[in-house]
Design a protein around this ligand. Sequence first.
Ligand code: DAH
Length: 369
Amino acid sequence: MENLEQIKSEIIAQINAVSDLKALDDVRVSAMGKKGRITEMMKNLGTLPLEEKIALGKNLNVIKNEIESALEAQKKILEEKALNEKLAQEKIDITLPIRPETQGRIHPVSKIYEEVAAIFGQMGFEIAEGPDIEDQFHNFNALNMPANHPARQMQDTFYLNSDTTKPFDMDTAYVARTQTSGIQIRTMEKQQPPIRIIAPGRTYRSDYDATHTPMFHQVEGLVIDKNITMAHLKGCLYDFVKAFFELDELPVRYRPSYFPFTEPSAEMDIGCLKTKTELKVGAGTDWLEILGCGMVHPNVLKAGGIDPNEYQGFAFGLGLDRLAMLKYGIPDLRTFFESDVRWLKHYGFTPLDISSMTGGLSNNGGLAR
Ligand code: DAH
């Protein structure tokens, strides 16, 4: 009997000493499992004379019950402890910001430029650049727009008086470039075909309202090679607009137009739905002009030092700011250049969202908003 009491208190002490459920189960197995101490004693009962068997059996049953309730009680305590630990680990401080707040923002115009560069980059276009302050040869004359050409009046040019000691001469003055098209000429001067470039840049015209600012952004495109046709132009620009608007299908049409430096010239429209409050690209029965384009005029090739009998090409011009307004639903162009950090925080993009054709252009419409 004494022996039994001792075994019991040993087991109960073990039960109370464990600090996790696994250890508790080990104690249970060592006492009550198939080969446990108590189980073994139960098994041995059969070998005893009847009277001892009855007495010991009774005591064993009592002890067994006590051990079981001790196990049960300790299990409850340990389960509660485990739950509390888990809860403490999973605790979320809901007063913390949702994610670390990055401070800088990418301006929508920069973002759109990165998107355009990613698309044309994948098509094998290189980036070309030219100066903001341009001479009239590159900005106008070489583009088939000689002095007094009526097309010059389409562009409200800023002329620069660079030498104030001499009287201002309208014909030789430098200009704040009115278009990125001059980079076509600068590229041809430096490089023989095949040419495949896009040329981004700031452009300037004396104009100011909700959709015009004196400084704005264009991207020029130029492809020159042997046997380039209007079909190449159409295919290239169709691929571009689909990639840019991240749509598999997009209705487009080419409308005949006029630019001095291309012949024939066209404007590309995309299908959309215009309502008073919304403009939805890719569906509906309305058309929206998106870019100017055409086959490079032979005079332009000549001015760039390229033989038009051997080479042909196509060119196009995009308004970046307009594309940004359209893609990201920004109503007033003037706000782009007011340097208001609240505006930038609202319409800007986080610097880590890098545009790529494989990783996503706008990063799931990844507005910082
Ligand atoms: N330079 C033109 C403008 O500013 C845009 C443009 C139209 C560029 C057609 C082109 C082109 O290269 O082919 O209005």
